[in-house]
Each structure stands twice: as C-alpha cells, then as structure tokens.
Design a protein around this ligand. Structure first.
Ligand code: GLN
Length: 209
C-alpha cells in the first residue's frame, strides 16, 4: 500500500475511536478503509453512539435521504455539539453536502460546520462519474486518484475554509479546522493517504490547522 500514513504504526492509531455514520450510503467502504489502517470503525446510527468518539466519517450516498433519517433523530443538533466539543468530522461527497454552510439551488438544511457553499450533482451529465489524478500537496508529491460520483461542487469558499486540492477552478478537498470535506470518494481506492491525514493530522492533533 502506498501511503505516508504507513510511517506511523497502527499502534499509534489504535487508541482512536472513529465512527462512521451508518444510516445510508457507502459506509461499509469507509469501515474497510479504516480497518486497513488498523482502526476498527464504530457504527453510528443514533446520536448516543457519538459518545466517546474522537472523530466521525459522514459517507457518500444521497444527502436528501441521509437528512431525512438524520432529522428523525435530531442528528444535526447532535453533530453540531459533537463538533463544538472537539470531535473531528470528515464528510465525503454527500457527507460534504451535509457539512456545508449552504446548499445552493435547492432547499436543503445543512450543518454549517464547513465554510463552503455547494451545489449538488454539479459536474455535468456526461461526467456524472469519473476519476482524475489530483494534486494534493498535503499528501505528498504523488497524485491522489479521486473518484467523483454525481459529486457536489464547491461553488464558494468562505474565510473559515482552506482548499487542500482543486479540480479545475473548484476546490474538491476543503478543511475548516477539525472538519474535512471531499467532493470525491477516497474510500473507493487503495490509497489510504487521505484517511491517514484525517486520522493523524486532524483527529490526533487537538488543534485546528
Ligand atoms: N448526488 C448525491 C447528493 O447530492 C451525492 C453523491 C455521492 O455521495 N456519491 O446527495
């Protein structure tokens, strides 16, 4: 496996309690990716499951379906408290939409924890799904193969957020302190560098970038 994170032993991560929101979407792929880095994922289906977690991954899927389930259990409030209490968050694709400050073009609530505005399904019909080698300087020189599946586009970046990678004009990997969002699906490739970055540089370090 090719990843900077391999320099750390799995033991250094074994104390981390990382949840994956398992309401809907491709959470199983995230759990497998975590397992490859020596971290056993905690399935999160209810706000009470957040207790004791250091970080949470919000998977891709369908953000409107995810929201319906989340609102049933007051998850939006619970995640805002989790974040305010120091919990780290990583949203991929639909997860990024949930984290955003604003969803443009459609009436849809969001968490407001990542200072970006997003537009759903915004990469064009013929390009609904595609993969590109992406330059991600925080992960080192080798490009990261980014898989986009009916991906959201970041259409505005607020002062709280920094773009860690862009595709064309648009940021596709964004960090806002202890909150990380990707338009693409890192869990669908073997390259564990981005997940290792989240675990080692965001979850493990108490302080924002
Ligand atoms: N198109 C989905 C949405 O708008 C996101 C797709 C994905 O997560 N792969 O919620």
């Amino acid at each position: 496996m090719r990843e900077d994170g391999d320099r750390k032993t799995p033991k250094a991560r074994s104390g981390l309690r990382i949840g994956v929101l398992t309401l809907q979407g491709d959470y199983a792929a995230h759990a497998r990716a975590l397992a490859r880095l020596g971290v056993e994922a905690v399935g999160v289906r209810r706000p009470a499951d957040l207790e004791g977690l250091h970080g949470l991954i919000l998977p891709g899927g369908e953000s409107s379906a995810l929201l319906r389930l989340m609102q049933r259990w007051s998850f939006l409030e619970a995640l805002r408290s989790f974040s305010a209490g120091g919990g780290a968050l990583f949203g991929t694709c639909a997860g990024l939409i949930l984290l955003a400050r604003e969803v443009r073009g459609i009436e849809q609530p969001c968490l407001g924890l990542l200072d970006v505005a997003v537009e759903r399904n915004s990469y064009g019909r013929q390009r609904e799904s595609f993969a590109v080698p992406l330059a991600v300087p925080v992960l080192g020189a080798a490009p990261f193969d980014a898989v986009f599946i009916r991906a959201p586009r970041v259409v505005a970046l607020g002062p709280g957020a920094a773009a860690l990678a862009s595709y064309g004009e648009s940021p596709v990997l964004v960090r806002n302190g202890r909150v990380l969002g990707a338009s693409f699906h890192p869990e669908l490739t073997e390259d564990a560098r981005l997940l290792a970055y989240f675990l080692d540089r965001i979850v493990s370090r108490g302080a924002p970038a």
